[in-house]
Ligand binder design. Structure first.
Ligand code: AMP
Length: 316
């Protein structure tokens, strides 16, 4: 039995299904999580389907979460989407169900779960959820709300179909989703628009970026700057891709100082593989888009040094 059929068989066997995703959700985390929840609600109206996790941080135009009591987990099926490592799953009660399924598109470094479906070739986890629906469309229903969520996830994780993980299949899936009843123009605008304070942060990024001769770039966002502009951590998502628009930049790190004093590190690349570097610093992710943590400014400096080395080797 192929893994998608095993997953569908498990879904059919449980009356209660609870769907989780990663902390600090992005559009693909919510798109895949709630897109799947909507598909299951439409397909199996007799089942109880829940979507859980911490705050959705500015993405409530996409989805909101359900409150689930501890007892509900007993005998339930838990599915986690878009989350490579168990510690990053939002709401650690994911372990309390009777069966656990992982569906993801990140490298499978932590294969938690009784059933694991990982496709690193997919542009996004939302694309995988669409593939699941498509494979079993005789038994599953995709409604307009699910289509909107999956489309948002694909747009989010491909940078509007720009990043290399975008394939002909991705565009076919997006085209199919656009045949449903939702307004992609409005949705894209909601995903793209930024408040003035984030525009000012973008100005800071362009003004203060440091780039070496091999294209290794660094931007440090101090807490004082963020509090001065009134920016919360999740809003830094809007500026992470900006250095990539600069010709001279090959790979870059955005180092976001946290109120607790450590730095959230957001790494991106146009070529050199950066996820091994991220893994060395309490992180991980995709070959060209990863995240890590630096405990202090010395670790920030060593991460940037390693990034410089990767860019130098890449050029040779
Ligand atoms: P971000 O910069 O937070 O948008 O993260 C980029 C990519 O790296 C995403 O695919 C994340 O799933 C992954 N990532 C970010 N932070 C971590 C972490 N601490 N551990 C593992 N993967 C991470």
């Amino acid at each position: 039995m192929d893994v998608t059929t095993e997953i569908l068989t498990a879904i059919k066997a449980y009356d209660t299904i609870i769907i989780h995703r990663h902390q600090r959700p992005d559009p693909d985390a919510l798109g895949s999580q709630v897109g799947l929840a909507e598909i299951l609600r439409a397909s199996f109206p007799e089942k109880q389907i829940f979507q859980v996790g911490g705050p959705v941080e500015g993405l409530d135009f996409l989805a909101t979460m359900d409150e689930v009591a501890d007892e509900i987990y007993q005998g339930s099926l838990v599915i986690v989407t878009d989350t490579a490592n168990a510690p990053r799953i939002s709401d650690q009660r994911f372990e309390r169900g009777a069966k656990l399924i992982k569906i993801d598109h990140h490298p499978n470094d932590d294969p938690y779960g009784d059933l694991v479906w990982v496709n690193t070739q997919a542009s996004s986890c939302s694309e995988i959820i669409f593939d699941f629906y498509h494979e079993h469309q005789d038994e599953l229903v995709l409604n307009d709300q699910a289509a909107r969520l999956l489309y948002a996830g694909i747009v989010g994780d491909t940078g509007r179909f720009l990043y290399p993980a975008t394939t002909a299949h991705t565009l076919t899936v997006a085209a199919e989703l656009m045949t449903y009843k939702f307004n992609p123009t409005d949705l894209n605008r909601e995903l793209e628009q930024i408040p003035m304070r984030v525009a000012k942060l973008a100005g800071y990024v362009y003004e203060n970026i440091q780039v070496d001769a091999n294209g290794a770039a660094k931007v440090l966002l101090p807490q004082s700057l963020l509090t001065g502009l009134g920016i919360v951590d999740s809003e830094t998502a809007a500026i992470v891709s900006l250095p990539g628009t600069i010709d001279e930049v090959v790979a870059w790190g955005i180092f976001v100082e946290q109120p607790e004093g450590y730095y959230r590190v957001r790494l991106r690349s146009k070529g050199p593989v950066i996820n091994e570097l991220a893994k060395k610093h309490h992180g991980g992710g995709h070959p060209l888009a990863s995240g890590a943590n630096a405990k202090d400014i010395a670790e920030v400096a060593s991460i940037y040094n390693e990034l410089q080395q990767l860019c130098e080797n890449f050029r040779k």
